[in-house]
Write a protein that binds this ligand. Sequence first.
Ligand code: IMP
Length: 203
Amino acid sequence: MRKFVENKLVLASHNKGKLLEITKLFKPFGKSVISAGELGFAEPAETEDTFEGNARIKAHFAAKSSGLPALSDDSGLQVLALDNAPGVYSADWAETPNGRDFEMAMGKVWDELQKTNKPAPHKARFICVLCVAWPDGHDEIFRGTVDGTIVWPMRGSHGFGYDPIFQPSGYTQTFGEIDPAEKHAISHRADAFAKLTSECLHD
Ligand code: IMP
């Protein structure tokens, strides 16, 4: 496992929600985070059908473009009764001609669940795959998860994406209602990040 010793890294994402969460996670380690969006890089097409494959595409593209180590996050929501959809297509389900609409995407998840006629609880899982890539082509991969259920109607205004319909196991509030600091402690991103820090940031 290669250690991450540089002080600066590029976050290979244009997603403001992820930038905010990852900047906070890296703060205690004295690493400064700059986003691919701020550097004016284009977003490469996510052509793989796995989180790992798409995380690799994004991290290698940003590392090669910037000459700095890059971190990507490929994540999404898997709903068991929907054969793990939307999965790697979580962002695509929100696409409209006028940008992403997650209220629409959450409605779609609920509609699709109704069509299955399966009773609650509707088991679901957020997945986060982090990839650290270096300009020389080396990479390391870390996968994190958090289990929960899909609830309806959507609740809460914190977080981003599908947070208002995801209730983590053991909680009565959704990720949209939970205090953001609490979400950052238990989320799929926190789980993947804990693996990254223990294996890649510490001696
Ligand atoms: P991508 O990894 O950029 O392809 O997009 C992942 C998509 O999954 C995001 O746009 C969100 O819709 C969803 N997602 C990932 N992580 C979270 C989260 O922590 N909360 C809510 N939605 C998330």
